[in-house]
Ligand binder design. Sequence first.
Ligand SMILES: NC(=O)c1ccc[n+]([C@@H]2O[C@H](COP(=O)([O-])OP(=O)(O)OC[C@H]3O[C@@H](n4cnc5c(N)ncnc54)[C@H](O)[C@@H]3O)[C@@H](O)[C@H]2O)c1
Ligand SMILES: O[C@H]1[C@H](O)[C@@H](O)[C@H](O)[C@@H](O)[C@H]1O
Length: 337
Amino acid sequence: MTLKLGVIGAGAIGKEHIRRCTQVLQGATVVAVSDINPDSAWAAAALPGVCAEVYADGHDVIRSTDVEAVLIASWDPTHEEYTLAAIAAGKPVFCEKPLAMSAEGCRRIVDAEIEAGRRLVQVGFMRPYDEGYRALKKAIDDGAIGAPLLLRCAHRNPKVDESYTTDMAITNTLIHELDVLRWLLNDDYRSVQVRFPRSTSHTHGRLKDPQIVSFETRKGTLIDVEIFVNCQYGYDIQCEVVGETGVARLPEPSAVQMRRDASLSTAILTDWKDRFITAYDAELQAFINDVAAGRLRGPSAWDGYAASVAADACLKAQKNGGSVAIALPERPSFYAC
Ligand SMILES: NC(=O)c1ccc[n+]([C@@H]2O[C@H](COP(=O)([O-])OP(=O)(O)OC[C@H]3O[C@@H](n4cnc5c(N)ncnc54)[C@H](O)[C@@H]3O)[C@@H](O)[C@H]2O)c1
Ligand SMILES: O[C@H]1[C@H](O)[C@@H](O)[C@H](O)[C@@H](O)[C@H]1O
């Protein structure tokens, strides 16, 4: 059986997801597309192999009787409204990160899903599907380095545009670490502090860049994450875990080593699309398979909520400079693994 998908938001990742659903993955076809910019929707509908109806309004995609599941890839502030509408229509929904702009917004989605009585939401947190993160987690879970004591992480983007502001470093960028690190450590956050070094000259007045976000977890692990979104040199994701008996690092993406012109070098990727391409394929294939099997198992609305509870605390910590407590309520049994 082929799952009929409706896509809302046909920008960079919307088009990527349409391409992978059409050309790479098994078991799904894109039958509807919408974007507030009609040119983007028509361009996506014209991608090779795509045969989709174009709708002016995302809600018409959700309402369409042709659409069996919804994929949301529009701007961050639109996710909550469309996810709630998909739940109300009883349709499974894959929503790009963040699930909503605040913990309160995510909680509305959690409550609506529990009310619906079955899991309908998968959040686009793809890093748990990345081979490198999976290998790192296995090393930790196998006890290869003893208990994790410290983490040093970096999330670097080459550059962002003028619309990207200091708070988005948390809600749009750090949100990936907020999800993947609690999965990696089987732990939750207890508190957070944010510090700003001098800013790079490659930023603008509404973006302090870089910033260092420091967490303590419930088990007492300390985590530093550097977010640097105008680092200029590439798209670079780092994670080093210092344990009681050793150190484990996220593997670098494989690249050819070059010896030439009196230097030794390996290329660094420049784009999230390439860095996590196999993880994006795997997360969406899992969604398609799980919808067919009638049981979603990927990153849940509760995971989206947990990340947003921590994100809200980071936003407070950006403003007050001190330590801010993070209090995640107990996970409802509805989301038990
Ligand atoms: N998981 C990841 O690694 C990853 C990577 C990139 C983007 N994202 C997320 O995906 C989303 C899209 O990001 P992008 O990089 O493709 O941005 P983008 O700006 O390239 O595309 C977003 C598209 O959404 C459209 N849009 C905005 N509001 C809309 C609305 N109300 N209804 C329908 N369409 C609307 C815009 O016109 C645009 O074409 C964001 O939420 C972003 O955080 C996730
Ligand atoms: O939307 C993108 C995407 O989520 C990338 O994975 C992240 O590195 C960027 O900072 C963010 O802007």
